[in-house]
Structure formats: structure tokens, C-alpha cells
Design a protein. Sequence first.
Length: 111
Amino acid sequence: METISWHDFEKVEIRAGTILEAEDFPQARKPAYKVKVDFGPLGIKWTSAQITKHYTKEELPGRQVMCVINFPKKQIANFMSEFLLTGFADENGDIVLAAIEKPVPNGSKLV
């Protein structure tokens, strides 16, 4: 594992947001949803997330999530992903979302 400096860590914009909606994304190579997240003063953004094993699209709205918002946009099939939704791989490699224990304002930065 490579060691990074505090300055390197400060460059990563990990922000809290609330999921507004999730849609099926049949054009993705691996099962995924298109996920719309409200980052408060930083705006509303979309991403593609391979979280279909542990979550239904109906249970995602209202959930607060941690996201990296300063990566460049990435095209996935016919869709432009604007941020990275964070999570951890379980024993099968399926993604479990990183959780926020108590509500915080949308757009809050991980410190």
C-alpha cells in the first residue's frame, strides 16, 4: 500500500448527498442503476452504480451516501457518469454502500 500525504487526501472531494431516484440501466455491461443524487449547493448529479445485488431501486431514494465528486466524468454505454458512489465489496465482490450514520447537510465534505 502506498502512503499518501494529508495534502493528497485533501484533494479528494468526498461529499454527502441524498439519493433522489434510481433507474434501471440495461445498456450497462454489468447490472447497474442510474442514480440521481442531490449534493445541496453543489447541485444534482447522476452516476452509474453496480449496486443491484444488495439494493432495489425502490429502497434507494432518501438514503444519504458518500461520493467522490471531483473525478472527471466517465462515459458508460450511452450515459455520462458524473461522480463515484462509494462502497465496499462483500465476500462475493458485490458492492455494499458506505454509510452515513446520522443525517448531515447535502454537500458536506468528509473530513
